[in-house]
Design a protein around this ligand. Structure first.
Ligand SMILES: Cc1cc2nc3c(=O)[nH]c(=O)nc-3n(C[C@H](O)[C@H](O)[C@H](O)COP(=O)(O)OP(=O)(O)OC[C@H]3O[C@@H](n4cnc5c(N)ncnc54)[C@H](O)[C@@H]3O)c2cc1C
Length: 386
């Protein structure tokens, strides 16, 4: 009855479902364990009417025209240049650390001199990973690197990952750059913002197609079973259609080799009667507090019609797989990758099973990269069938 069963209604599963139904003319069933669609991009009005992001702040940012165009079919945008500040001993400075930050941190004469050196060393407009800056031969540049390392990077990274920066993959540390520019935006992508009416309505429109059936509150393990001989049963009957799985790969195989390590987050929401809590959408706490950042949603969504303001504090911790915990960030290193590959090898038994998404691929994706990858895989799958 269904050409494809998709597990997970996050961005990966939803983009895939729409494309297969619309362009492939397929009947697609989406099974979603949570009681809502949109995966980690899910947003909703809280009890005070403030639009909140239940799984942490999500900002859509991309330079990929095709992705922006595709998602724009399902939403208009509230565009803004996303800015983040760090609270360093009570003082707010723009991050990533850039030339404006440099001038806030150092006296004018020294800042001018350091700015010149940075531009000479790396070129105006460049992004330099903090670990690279620390290796520079010039003592002045290393001094900036040390400031950034101590005040912006070290404690925050240890809170976030529960590891020292040296233990963390360069792919992760490379995401913490110093910008040799006066651009205070957190991302440099051409398009930045959030869906005008929220992420969830964007997903609703994407999944609203006669070829798509969505069942929320349904764990795929209650409907699908994967036997060691390669047979797949759906509701107890052999199923030979395609399966696109966007859940955690270790859970699919009952964690037979042990759990893949993840960092999780505890989100603590607070509501205040005042109009404004912190004057910024996101403040990172880089030298103090147990939480990593505070997000004030009104500054992120541009919402004007709610009284009071809601914030969320994020407390990272090591994911254990206990009930209610959500795996958020894959911990990328060789050991974990090897474990992932063992699980991936098990999927080879099933000719029609495809892995897609941050959990199934054990990889960090931004929304735009995830969308692009889902669109590409959908094209591949449709070409195979044709
Ligand atoms: C805190 C945080 C902030 C982020 N901020 C940004 C940002 O600002 N900008 C950005 O571009 N990206 C951001 N991201 C990344 C973004 O969340 C991911 O790109 C996106 O969630 C990946 O989509 P996905 O569909 O792979 O996963 P998910 O959104 O996690 O969707 C997977 C879905 O599968 C479901 N599922 C799992 N197992 C089963 C099962 N057994 N049966 C049924 N359903 C199942 C889950 O319930 C979930 O809904 C952020 C990520 C985090 C963790």
């Amino acid at each position: 009855m269904y050409n494809t069963i998709i597990i997970g209604a996050g961005i990966a599963g939803s983009v895939m479902a729409r494309k297969l139904a619309e362009e492939g003319g397929e009947q697609v069933l989406v099974l979603e364990r949570r009681d809502h669609i949109a995966g980690n991009c899910y947003d909703k009005a809280d009890e005070y009417g403030v639009l909140i992001h239940e799984y942490g702040p999500h900002i859509f940012h991309t330079g990929i025209e095709e992705v922006r165009e595709y998602l724009s079919r399902f939403t208009d945008w509230y565009d803004f240049g996303h800015e983040v500040v760090a609270n360093v001993h009570g003082r707010l400075i723009p991050i990533p650390f850039n030339l404006n930050t440099l001038h806030m941190v150092y006296e004018k004469e020294q800042a001018d001199r350091l700015e010149k050196k940075l531009i000479e060393a790396y070129g105006e407009g460049s992004r330099v990973p903090i670990m690279k800056l620390r290796e520079n031969e010039d003592a002045d540049i290393r001094q900036i690197a040390e400031y950034v390392y101590e005040n912006v990077f070290l404690k925050y990274t240890m809170k976030q990952w529960g590891q020292t920066p040296e233990e963390i993959s360069p792919e992760v540390t490379g995401r913490v750059p110093v910008l040799i520019s006066r651009d205070n935006r957190y991302f440099q992508d051409k398009y930045q913002g959030v869906p005008l009416y929220g992420f969830t309505p964007m997903f609703e429109r994407m999944l609203d197609h006669p070829g798509i059936e969505v069942q929320t509150g349904t764990d795929c393990k209650d409907r699908l079973s994967f036997s060691a001989d390669g047979t797949v049963l759906f509701d107890g009957e052999p199923y030979t259609g395609r399966i696109v799985y966007t859940g955690a790969i270790d859970e699919l195989f009952d964690c037979v080799y042990g759990r893949l390590p993840y960092r999780s987050l505890n989100f603590v929401f607070e509501h205040y009667e005042q109009d404004d809590f912190q004057g910024h959408s996101v403040v990172n706490y880089t030298v103090s507090e147990d939480y990593t950042r505070i997000t004030e949603f009104k500054h992120l969504t541009g919402q004007k019609d709610a009284k009071g303001t809601t914030i969320v504090k994020e407390y990272p911790f090591a994911y254990t797989g206990a009930d209610g915990e959500i795996p958020y960030y894959a911990i990328l290193n060789d050991k974990n990758q090897a474990l992932y590959e063992k699980y991936k090898a098990l999927t080879k038994r099933y000719g029609n099973l495809y892995l897609l998404g941050r959990l199934a691929e054990y990889k960090y994706y931004n929304i735009d990269a995830m969308t692009k990858h889902a669109l590409e895989l959908a094209d591949e799958l449709m070409a195979k069938r044709a």
